[in-house]
Design a protein around this ligand. Sequence first.
Ligand code: FES
Length: 105
Amino acid sequence: MGVGPFRPYERLVQIKILGKPFEVPEKNMLLRCFQYLSPETIPYGRFCWNQECQTCRVAYQMPGGQEAPRQVLSCKIIVAEGMEITELSTELTWNLKKALALEKS
Ligand code: FES
């Protein structure tokens, strides 16, 4: 399968974003996966998609990892099964708040 902006993928992988589970296309960069979850906001966010603006920064850990979360650019890293995103940049939080139901009630 290869649809629209996404790199060809055959299956979805499970990740967690701020503790909530989501399924996103394998073999795609994380920012693209965020676009998959929120196609109506991410393409219009202030993202350079080119590892320059830094507004796509996240922190993540792998499951069971003993190490501290790593800071990465989501337009640089390819998604991996089980990835746990523990922090989102302000721009990502704003763009994903609806898709992730992050709004505080
Ligand atoms: S989108 Fe600009 S650095 Fe990732």
